[in-house]
Design a protein around this ligand. Structure first.
Ligand SMILES: CC(C)(COP(=O)(O)OP(=O)(O)OC[C@H]1O[C@@H](n2cnc3c(N)ncnc32)[C@H](O)[C@@H]1OP(=O)(O)O)[C@@H](O)C(=O)NCCC(=O)NCCS
Length: 335
């Protein structure tokens, strides 16, 4: 067998501060009922001062490394997916590497964007590097601090109620048998409507990158055309699942043991499940507790499903995501 890859261990970390819908309703015109009905979200975690993306990522990574049965020193590459880097540059990957105490080893750090699809893109990169034989152990992280960049007022309520902070990590290594390996990754993007979900400033194309007028207009906060995003998501996610099924010769949805979808909105995921004929018990969601943590949702959700025994060794698992860019993709694996 030529080199194939597998997920060896998964970890997660979220801030301890719980922010409920009622907490948000005290700061903006919204209600617990509106948020639950439209999104399924009941609460999310937001950082307190001093907590960082690299810090959460380090905790998630240490757990993934331990579950993989290796040491941080064994890592050959770190891939860090985020749309909310701790600082403008350098990328947060090197800050994570420093937190893990392996800076002296010169392990390369690759920072990627791709927003909510970041983890699937990262998995496709890790899979390709393992297949090529270049690396043996790759740490893949999805980590986001959304809360420090949100408009916590009625002006930003459509998007602010959705996002949470958190980190998820996985160690990708060399597969030793066919019962535990990544079968496929499919990644896509279409930039035609990049502005339907974006944060416009600070931007290097502007002089200056962030002006007083931009701040006044709230251009440093994310903006979203929610209905358009919803429509694209419920189209692209089923397509990505079908593409992976075809590539792997999976004839029936019944053959899939568990689908871990990106946690953008519970209604989106329920609609996707209905469209492909997937029974609810074969899709794990935890957006109710964490909101949308962007690149971190899939590893966080996968971690929970493993802990709950909903994903068992050898299970056929489908990961699927859609996000800003627009980007989308899927991965099939035997866990
Ligand atoms: C954001 C989303 C929940 C909004 O639901 P929607 O049914 O499309 O709602 P609309 O945006 O049309 O807004 C309906 C009304 O609710 C209001 N509203 C928006 N956010 C609100 C909030 N948090 N609380 C109360 N009312 C709110 C709007 O102002 C609007 O009021 P109006 O009719 O007086 O203008 C939904 O569009 C969605 O989930 N989209 C996808 C988002 C997503 O997945 N993003 C991440 C992608 S990776």
């Amino acid at each position: 067998m030529t080199n194939r890859s597998r997920i060896m261990g998964v970890g997660m970390s979220v801030p301890s501060r719980v922010v409920t819908n009622h907490d948000l309703a005290a700061k903006m015109e919204t209600t617990h009922e509106w948020i639950v009905e439209r999104t399924g979200i009941e609460e999310r975690r937001w950082v307190s001062p001093g907590e960082t993306g690299a810090g959460l990522a380090a905790k998630a990574s240490r757990e993934a490394i331990e579950k993989a049965g290796i040491a941080a020193e064994d890592l050959d590459l770190i891939i860090y997916a985020t749309l909310s880097p701790d600082i403008y540059f350098p990328g947060t990957g090197v800050l994570l590497q420093r937190e893990l105490g392996i800076g002296h080893k010169g392990v390369p750090c690759l920072d990627i964007r791709q927003q909510c699809t970041g983890f699937i893109y990262g998995l496709s990169i890790a899979d390709a590097y393992i297949r090529s034989g270049n690396f043996k152990h790759i740490l893949l992280v999805g980590a986001e601090i959304q809360s420090t960049g949100l408009d916590v007022s009625t002006r930003g309520r459509d998007i602010t109620v959705i996002f949470g902070d958190g980190a998820g990590a996985a160690v990708i290594g060399v597969a030793t048998d066919e019962a535990h390996m990544i079968l496929s990754t499919h990644i896509h993007a279409d930039g035609t409507e990049a502005e339907i979900l974006w944060t416009e400033t600070p931007a290097s194309r502007n002089h200056p990158r962030l002006s007083a007028e931009d701040l006044e207009a709230g251009k440093h906060f994310p903006q979203m055309k929610g209905k358009n995003v919803f429509k694209h998501a419920v189209t692209r996610m089923p397509q990505a699942i079908m593409e992976g099924m075809q590539a792997n010769g999976i004839k029936s949805i019944a053959d899939i043991d568990m689908v871990i979808p990106h946690q953008a909105n519970l209604r989106i995921n329920q609609m996707v499940a209905q469209m492909i004929g997937l029974p609810p018990e074969k899709m794990h969601n935890n957006i109710q507790k964490y909101g949308n943590t962007t690149a971190a949702t899939i590893p966080i959700c996968m971690h929970e499903a493993i802990e709950l025994g909903k994903i068992k060794p050898g299970d056929l698992v489908c990961l699927v995501a859609f996000g800003a860019g627009l980007t989308w993709g899927s991965a099939f694996l035997r866990f």
